[in-house]
Design a protein. Sequence first.
Lengths: 555, 248
Amino acid sequence: MYPEYMKPSLEKVAQTRAKRFELAKSGKPVFPPMSAEEREEVLQKYHPDYKPDARRKVRVGPNKGELLTAEVADLLESHSRIDPKKFDLSNPDYETDILIIGGGGGGCAAAIEAMRNGAKSIISTKLRLGDANSMMSQGGMQAADMPQDSPTRHYLDAMGGGHFDNKPELVRALTEDGPEIVKWLEDLGVVWDKMPDGTMQVLHGGGTSRKRMHSCRDYTGAIIMRTLMDEVRNHPDMIEVLEFMPTVELLLDDKGQCAGGILYNMETEEYFTVKAKATIIATGGFGRLHIRGFDTTNHYGATGDGLIIAYRAGANLLYMDSVQYHPTGAVYPEQIAGFLITEKIRGAGGQPINKDGELFVFPREPRDVEAAAIIRECLGRKNGITTQSGRVGIWLDSPLIEMLQGEGYIKKQFPAMFRQFNRYGIDITKEPMLIFPTLHYQNGGIEINEKAETSIPGLYVAGEASGGVHGRNRLMGNSVLDYNVFGRRAGRNAADYVKKAKLGSLTLEHVLKYEKELKEAGVKTNRIAPVLLPLYTPEAVRKRQLTAHYEGTLR
Amino acid sequence: MKQDMGQRESSPQNQDKTTRKSSEPATEFVTVYIMGKAHKVPAGSTIMGAIEYAGYQIKRGAGCREGFCGACATVYRLPGDFKIHTGLACTTLVQEGMWLAQLPAIPAKKAIYDLEKLQPTVETFQLLYPEIFRCVACATCTKACPQDLEVMDYIQAAKRGDIEMVMDLSFDCLCCGLCAIRCPAEIVQFNVGLLAKRLYGRYLNKKSQHLEERIKEIKAHKYDSEYEKLMKMSREELKKLYYERDME
């Protein structure tokens, strides 16, 4: 329930609703979309990436001298968890065709496709299989399969959303594979939302010029992820899953090819070597690094582990100076602060409304622009609503959806969102949600080409860990598509590659070299990476933890 | 060793000179018993927040932290109440005197199958999950479900081979396993639901003609020349095209 003092503002939202409904129903834009200049201005002034201290130069590695998000530079300027000298690499604990690092959507798609092309794999995952951002995607997946749409139109939307920084061949792969992915997933048993005649139910997302958002109610990610996991588990002879065993360094061979990794059993605290002819990184993003102190929509393990291990092995990073803040994260109640409120809400007609009941931005600008406009409304124009705990937000008018789409639509199409707020006595069919941007996505990542290859032979990357597909700003629904497209491409190409790959002797020399480079660059730090798990232990408790030696958050 | 990675710092709004309660000391506390040990934790915390506040570094028992992944199944009792309660640690709030334990993993049968060789009929359930016919309709599963799903009803529907109903009723299932762990008939409800959804998606959901046609067009290279044209365009040309595009 909202506190009494918010009631006058809620009444204003209700008062303007009828008029906003008429306009929305007329089919005209409900608010003028921004021009290129207006977008640039609001981003410069209000997007967190543009704050002067948001970026700093990284002092080591392939991107040395480049301005990166400060927390990313910190991650890269960290020590390894291991002492390479302690490892005997002549007798690996596991041998396989492909080591897949990460058990989310990208990793599972890669494993399935690799298997179908005859390659065995091991999935090394830090938490359980499927504990990934893939599981949490609510709104949907873009794909240009409707008659009034085309893959090239999808291409143009994605390029514009990414400020034209996207790598064209990656965007072509993404958009051209889209319809095929919809079919591939359906054949695996994903239940897409459809009209009774079989036509896909599609909606708009921010920055889309055609409705192409495919969904499974608002459990899209959960349905897809569980389908992929289930398929992985149907093939224990081809795919071995090692849970709670993250990969903490890559292995190379004496010819510079990727040759597997060092795995850490987080429960028994043992290390294991996996020798593999090819390796796929599908570790997802970095939301749990809490860039600029933001709350995040990301799952517990999203600590950018793939970035640092690939970087130490010599892989180049792309666009690690940009961070995606989702325009609509929950602000109230406090217990769900930072939680994702799907963009599908705006796709279905929900509108961002200020304290006076006014719509102040076109509801479906690309995410960075929409987020910056909401921050401007709250902090620049002071038109936000302040909670008892001091957070500021604006309203996301969901009752309008019921008027536009018909009664019962929210419960049917947004069961997760309805449930989330209903727990706290807020009925989103009758009252709006209070929102503010929240840390959501790693726009950049490890540079790949359209075959999901990196500059290191035998190393592939898929999904959020990769960079270039989305330029400097991803559009809604393109990440679900991304991990499927590039997960499959990585799996297929790695399976081809292993047929002729020949490994030399294994080495961790690159880790020693990297340590040396840190020293030479004068980096003095006790940071350890991969981070593995975020630290939420209160300071008072940490002070009493005296007997153990901690490496990061772990003993 | 001082740790400076991964620590949550001040909120972004703090940096803009507003305050935030969660960075201030809590004023109201409740006592909870985490696996039997008493801890004072802030009132209004989620169970997950309370476990972390008490000093535990969670390894098993946390995933998405937003109610989608089912990693944090928790059982608890309350003072003066004989019942075993169930919930997700990420979305359930603590109460005074709550005695709780998380389930680190759920032992559960999962049938191995080839979806292409299955039929969307009751025989598939008879073959892969015959134990559903042991269901005594006690509704313990339904009572245990943190999503308030009609779990027993979908098991009954599976027994009748009503795959659409199983799909619909189990759609929001998080596979947290609390139903399976409470079931006196030892049924693994969530895997039955998952099988039904895959059968429905593969065999029963109406096919989309426009999808098949688009895939054919792409395979016939219909869009190649347009892609090549777009990929060769300068940033300025592309920008012009983008801002002039029409909207549906």
